[in-house]
Design a protein around this ligand. Structure first.
Ligand code: PEP
Ligand code: MN
Length: 361
């Protein structure tokens, strides 16, 4: 069959796409699978880069650990056929060399690599002098410093275009998600790296395809710059991560269903209305802080009282009573149990710290 060849757009242009959409199989398995996935993804017209795992860091030995370097020419071929630039995960210096040798356009550091500063440094050293964008996934454990450390190592190697991928954090016994999103950590990472692109990887957060949409939508609502979603021509028979992959056509449907939002609009009326509401929020926050200050002053008095009577700070019954009251009131006010628990935990700890200071002064 006669096939026309396509040229991929310059990677600097692709890097600027918003929302940036990267998709492709968890793993490159066969040449046929790579080419078919790429062709079907390109046909959707909604994907900016093709991803495929070549070297797979698997939790348990005996699983498919990736096709290795021999899969890189398949990707090159896919790029020629579709014009889609390529993204590949790298975890060692040798993998960086091989990927660059085969003209991979975007490299990403996987979650199992970001946890290990030795590995990240090895990758960074191999990147020195290369002009390739690098995406850095969050480490599997919820540790922002490791994530930031990886960004710093890659940046010090002279890489200019660095982006982040939020793929969730592993936690023992979590049932709903394969990796808990812990959105607050991604939000904090965004705050600490203003201007740095951050995309979301719903596939590795969810671990199952039925809830991908919810997570993808949430990421867009939180102003993420794009999505990396795994796709496969025959998801159920994928050699890795079978449960979370979707067909290229299903991916296109999902991207159609997502409500895309922007951070800001230029309308004066919108800004005025928003400003009014924000002032109300500031006002209420000020009042809450005042009240919390007063609450702690009373805690100090209780601390004095407990000290004078030699009784313990923690009174478990009283703590249960506080929580129970709060759950009931919170319920009527539309506040979730999860929020009430977190909020009262924090308030209670602050109160204990205050009493502790008094007791030991
Ligand atoms: C992957 O993208 O296929 C992968 C291995 O992801 P992570 O590093 O997030 O586990
Ligand atoms: Mn995967």
């Amino acid at each position: 069959m006669e096939q026309t060849l396509k040229t991929a757009p310059p990677i600097s242009e692709v890097w600027e796409k918003r929302p940036l959409i990267i998709s492709g199989p968890c793993s490159a398995e066969t040449e046929e699978q790579v080419l078919q996935t790429a062709t079907r993804l390109a046909k959707t017209g909604k994907v900016h880069a093709l991803r495929a795992g070549i070297w797979k860091p698997r939790t348990r030995p005996g699983s498919f650990e990736g096709i290795g370097t021999k899969g890189l020419p398949w990707l090159q071929q896919a790029k020629k056929l579709t014009g889609l630039p390529l993204a590949v995960e790298v975890a060692t210096g040798k993998q960086v060399e091989d990927a660059l040798h085969f003209d991979i356009d975007i490299l990403w550091v996987g979650a199992r690599t970001t946890v290990n500063p030795f590995s990240v440094q090895e990758v960074a050293d191999a990147l020195r002098g290369a002009n390739v964008p690098v995406l850095i996934k969050n480490p599997i454990n919820p540790d922002l410093e490791l994530w930031i450390g990886a960004v710093e190592r890659v940046s010090k190697a002279g890489i200019k275009n660095i982006g982040l991928i939020h793929r969730g954090f592993s936690s023992y016994g979590n049932t709903e998600y394969r990796n808990a999103p812990m959105w607050h950590l991604a939000i904090e990472m965004k705050r600490r790296n203003p201007g740095m692109m951050i995309i979301n990887d719903p596939s590795h957060i969810c671990g199952r395809r039925d809830i991908l949409m919810d997570v993808a939508q949430k990421a867009i609502d939180l102003d993420f710059d794009g999505l990396m979603i795994e796709s496969h021509i025959d998801p159920d028979n994928a050699w890795s991560d079978a449960k979370q992959q979707v067909t290229p056509e299903r991916l296109a449907e999902m991207l159609n269903e997502i409500v895309w939002r922007k951070e800001d609009i230029n309308s004066e009326a919108y800004h005025q209305a928003l400003e009014k509401l924000r002032q109300q929020i500031n006002h209420l926050d000020d009042e809450l802080l005042q009240l919390l200050g007063q609450r702690m002053k009373i805690a100090d008095k209780i601390g004095e009282f407990k000290k004078n009577n030699s009784i313990t700070i923690l009174q478990t019954n009283r703590w249960n009573e506080i929580l129970e009251r709060a759950y009931q009131k919170g319920d009527k006010l539309g506040l979730t149990r999860e929020f009430i628990t977190k909020y009262f935990d924090a308030v209670h700890m602050e109160s204990i710290n205050h009493q502790n200071r008094i007791m030991n002064s």
